[in-house]
Design a protein. Structure first.
Lengths: 270, 258
């Protein structure tokens, strides 16, 4: 959960190991993340746990402005998977659902305001798109569908830094516009030469109560490079699912880079 | 499927496009159709009757095919064990329709072609709004679309707007059809339009009535009793009625005296 306007420095690496996630994409369910600062203002990352099972999950962030009292960044990512390439699935599932597709595309503009040494405010203006498609066929039926959600949101957060080793983060996800979109066509053979079918194309605005969520997080720096995050998301952190409580835990290490030594004295900015 | 490529669907659905529009059509007013059929405005004279019968000679097969479609739809509606109170639509759908697709038999065929190689007739429901779903067991609208439907003698194209009421066992259709035929004896695949059928029809019980427009904008009404084993039909004008009988050669003899 590194939703600030700041990026890793060139040559710096962040390694993540987490479970469940905070409703984000890069940390969805299981995280073995590797993120590197490729330039002084650009970082690229990947969730290797997802990659190991055949799902592409990459992220990128570029810092556009880095001033003493303000920062601005543009971030994006892509999670893409198809059952055909998810090798842990049973063979018959990969065969039956093999042409399905899942795509999650988040993007956000993030502003950071480190107001006081012990207090900072950050805010995302973001868009997250989730889409699934698939075709299902049988002896007497055929169906094809696509489902997607989209969420244009504002996500302010406040960070409190305590005793140089602890950070408390409170974040709200407030949707300005969220919608569910589905396209479905299916046919069933009633008798030879007679088929019953359905064709559907539906847009649904998703009410604020179905998309709003809040996250509380405690981050502790355990050593020079090791950080522990424990938190919980409440509300609807994953709009497509009826999950109202989503606990999460994450360990990460920041190693390398020119700021490696100086960070020992800095608060653990998530 | 509008877009058969799953990946492009994924990407296409990224766009904030306008709300998709379902297939819509002008609804049919059964009462208005019945009123028109019960009040023919044409006078039955020999010339008009001969012209009407000559037209029917070509089009009668379509008429019986249309009646068959009505029968299918009527049976599907009346035999449904639909329970309105059992339907729980989670929200009011705005772009969802169901349909029944029937294969046409093709030349020489007597039953639907399982391979759909000779065109089809598709009967669409209106959008499944909560209101439409709740009243579907009693009354509703539908649209039958004939897509290059090959019958025994003709190819049918066009559509028929439909309305039904199970309480009165009534189905009304307003058609905008044309039928085509290979006029050069099969030398090539070109088909010529040999007739049009833009007429309201009504089934009340076993009686099917058709309004036949005349060149002077007046109308005759043709009525067929489906239970009549002799396949007789009657033509009503403002001044009387004549009785006719369907024949194998498509030239129905009638009692020409109104």
């Amino acid at each position: 959960m590194h939703r600030t306007a700041y990026t890793l420095q060139k040559g710096e690496t962040r390694l993540d190991a987490g479970l469940v996630g905070f409703g984000g994409v890069s940390d969805f369910l299981v995280t073995l993340g590797a993120t590197g600062g490729v330039t002084q203002r650009v970082e690229l990352g990947a969730n290797l746990a997802h990659g190991a099972v055949g799902v592409v999950n990459v992220t990128g962030k570029a810092n556009l402005l880095d001033r003493r009292r303000a920062g601005l960044a543009l971030s994006t990512g892509l999670l893409f998977g198809t059952p055909r390439t998810i090798w842990p699935l049973p063979p018959f599932v990969r065969e039956e659902l093999g042409n399905g597709r899942m795509l999650i595309w988040p993007t956000a503009v993030t502003a950071s305001f480190p107001i006081l040494p012990w207090f900072g405010v950050h805010a995302d203006l973001g868009y997250r798109h989730v889409a699934f498609t698939g075709t299902f066929t049988g002896d007497a039926f055929y169906s094809e569908g696509a489902f997607s959600t989209r969420d244009l949101y504002f996500a302010p957060s406040v960070h409190f830094y305590i005793a140089e080793r602890v950070a408390l983060v409170f974040r709200a996800h407030l949707s300005a516009y969220a919608a569910f979109y589905s396209v479905v066509e299916g046919e069933y053979e009633v008798s030879p030469g007679v088929r019953a079918g359905i064709t559907s194309s539906e847009w649904r605005r998703m009410p604020f109560s179905r998309t709003a969520s809040g996250t509380g997080l405690v981050e502790i720096r355990l050593g020079r490079t090791t950080h522990l995050q424990v938190g919980v998301a409440l509300g609807k952190p994953i709009p497509a699912l009826s999950v109202s409580v989503l606990p999460a835990m994450n360990l990460y290490w920041r190693i390398g880079g020119p700021g490696h030594r100086e960070r020992r004295k800095q608060p653990p900015v998530p | 499927m509008r877009n058969t490529c799953s990946l492009s669907l994924l990407l296409a659905s990224l766009a904030c496009s306008a709300e998709p529009q379902p297939l819509t059509w002008e609804s049919v007013d059964i009462a208005a159709v019945r009123r028109d059929l019960e009040t023919p405005t044409a006078i039955i004279d020999d010339a008009r009757l001969n012209a009407t019968l000559a037209s029917l000679g070509v089009n009668l097969y379509f008429l019986w095919q249309g009646i068959q479609v009505i029968e299918w739809f009527y049976d599907a509606a009346s035999e449904s064990d639909y329970e309105p109170q059992m339907i729980d639509v989670p929200f009011n759908l705005t772009g969802t329709q169901v349909y029944l697709k029937m294969a046409c038999p093709g030349v020489g065929g007597t039953s639907p072609d399982p391979e759909f190689g000779h065109g089809e007739v598709v009967v669409y429901s209106p959008t499944l709004t909560q209101e439409n779903v709740e009243r579907a067991a009693f009354r509703g609208q539908a649209l039958a679309v004939f897509e290059a439907c090959e019958g025994q003698y003709l190819v049918f194209e066009g559509d028929a707007r439909m309305a039904y009421e199970t309480e009165t066992q009534s189905i009304a259709l307003v058609t905008a059809m044309q039928f085509l035929r290979d006029v050069d004896g099969g030398a090539d695949d070109d088909l010529a339009v040999v007739g049009r059928f833009d007429a309201p029809m009504l089934r009340d019980g076993s009686v099917v009535s058709v309004s036949l427009a005349q060149p002077d904008d007046t109308r005759l009404t043709l009525a067929i009793d489906l239970d009549d084993p002799d396949e007789a039909f009657e033509i009503y004008g403002v001044d009387g009625v004549v009785s006719c009988r369907r024949t194998e050669d498509g030239s129905p003899p009638c009692d020409m005296a109104p």
